[in-house]
Design a protein. Structure first.
Length: 228
């Protein structure tokens, strides 16, 4: 077969769509790869000292953390053990996270600020999707959007941990729920606890449990309705 004939046959196959399926199947699969975001946080002085939140573009994901420890001098403090639980984030929050990831080069740049600030914890942001993959790590970022993104994700972690404590109190110390619900409501109002919907099932249990103080049940119903 001459070169001219081969070129003609190749052209026919491309038009018919045969070669793209065989030769470019791998590239097509890459283009359809679902986008995934992850934050990994580490600070040995905090409880828990290490946690990971990973989720896809539909907001579904997984939260995992090491077991916590009691603060010095607080013997009666509720300590949450290791956590591994599915999460569902709101469409608005999820869209913002993936928008920042794409606007910030999929985190493919040095995001550490190199400023002399106190150690707050190492945050590693990672993205993988059809556009590519990247990650960056920082204590305090020089990039305002990166810093604010990390803060908001720590707000989600606060909510999830508070939810785990509420579950323990519901089982072992229902009177203690009143103070814990007051604390959560305050954190949600100040913006320190975000995405309250991630603990919806726990709040519904509290709101519907007649053995729980009415004040705690009322706060749970308010959080379910307004998120703060």
């Amino acid at each position: 077969m001459t070169a001219g004939v081969r070129a003609f046959v190749l052209g026919l196959l491309l038009v018919a769509g045969v070669l793209p399926q065989r030769m470019f199947g791998q590239a097509a699969g890459t283009a359809s790869t679902p986008a995934v975001f992850q934050i990994e946080f580490t600070n040995a002085k905090l409880s828990p000292p290490h946690w990971v939140l990973k989720f896809s573009q539909d907001g579904s994901g997984l939260f995992e953390s090491d077991g916590g420890f009691a603060a010095a001098g607080e013997r009666n403090q509720i300590v949450v053990g290791p956590i591994r639980r599915p999460v569902q984030l709101s469409p608005e929050f999820t869209a913002h996270v993936f928008t920042v990831a794409r606007q910030r080069k999929l985190f493919n740049f040095p995001c550490e600020g190199n400023l002399k600030v106190a150690f707050q914890g190492t945050k590693k942001l990672s993205y993988a999707g059809p556009e590519g993959a990247g990650s960056c790590e920082y204590n305090y970022s020089k990039d305002k959007e990166i810093q604010e993104l990390g803060d908001s994700l720590q707000g989600v972690e606060t909510t999830i941990l508070d939810g785990a404590r509420l579950e323990m109190l519901l089982q072992h110390d229902r009177l203690g729920l009143d103070k814990a619900m007051e604390d959560l409501a305050g954190e949600a109002h100040s913006g320190n606890a975000l995405e309250v919907g991630t603990i919806r099932e726990t709040l519904e249990k509290i709101a519907n449990d007649e053995s729980v103080l009415e004040r705690a049940r009322r706060k749970a119903r308010l959080l379910l309705t307004t998120g703060r």
